[in-house]
Design a protein around this ligand. Structure first.
Ligand SMILES: [Zn+2]
Length: 230
């Protein structure tokens, strides 16, 4: 939905989630690959039709930038550069990850002394379904994510060793490292360490995260305080 704000400039109401945006960019990536490698125009048209079927339901119907985007996909033979130019105007339609203050983050990680803050200037908030950053010096990874209607913080040891494997968060094969989180077992008050392989680079992980479910499943396993009733 478009409208006029008090300054009289056009604004767009963000309705696309970050993981939907990652899904859209992945689909456009696939489309570009087909456009670059498939010579048969009919096959290219079939790939385009399939991708439009997948992404159109995720886009608002009444935004001019969406119309321009969809038309652009259909009128040009895409290159990576052209695709990026078409995608950029959609960014204001994405609900970004909220930028948290140092105080808010410290509250999420009360037990951490001298919490290393994430570098917000490097973050692409419209691509972030969760916030993740590494403290390389201390071999730690911090995650902040929505979970059951609130925002939770998860910390753990991150192995310096990177291997090829499936990430427990985005379910994609890539450069992963063992993430050892400390979890309080339900009822007993004892702590157990749980190991999961996750993408070393959380920005990359977010770009590969196209569905909320695997992130929620991961958080259900590692989140520290609540009883696991599932
Ligand atoms: Zn990942």
């Amino acid at each position: 939905m478009s409208g006029l704000n008090l300054k009289g400039t056009l604004f767009m109401k963000p309705t696309i989630t970050t993981y939907q945006y990652s899904y859209i960019t992945q689909q456009i990536d696939d489309l570009v690959s087909a456009e670059l490698s498939v010579n048969d125009a009919q096959i290219r048209a079939a790939v385009l039709a399939k991708i439009l079927d997948r992404i159109t339901p995720l886009l608002p119907t009444d935004e001019p930038v969406v119309t321009t985007f969809l038309q652009g996909l259909q009128t040009e033979r895409l290159t990576r550069a052209k695709a990026a130019k078409l995608l950029d105007p959609l960014i204001p339609l994405v609900v970004p990850f909220p930028q948290l203050t140092p105080k808010q983050l410290e509250k999420l990680f009360r037990k951490v002394k001298k919490l290393k803050q994430p570098n917000w200037s490097e973050m692409r908030l419209h691509e972030m379904t969760y916030l993740g950053w590494n403290d390389g010096g201390n071999q730690k990874k911090y995650l902040v994510a929505p979970y059951e209607g609130r925002v939770i913080g998860i910390q753990g040891e991150l192995s310096p060793q990177t291997v090829k494997g499936v990430c427990a968060i985005c379910q994609t094969i890539g450069n992963v490292a063992l993430f050892l989180s400390t979890t309080k077992s339900s009822g007993l008050g004892t702590y157990t360490k749980k190991g999961n392989y996750v993408c070393r680079d959380s920005a990359q992980c977010n770009r590969q995260l196209t569905d909320l479910q695997p992130l929620e499943d991961f958080l259900t396993v590692v989140q520290p305080q609540r009883n696991h009733k599932k």
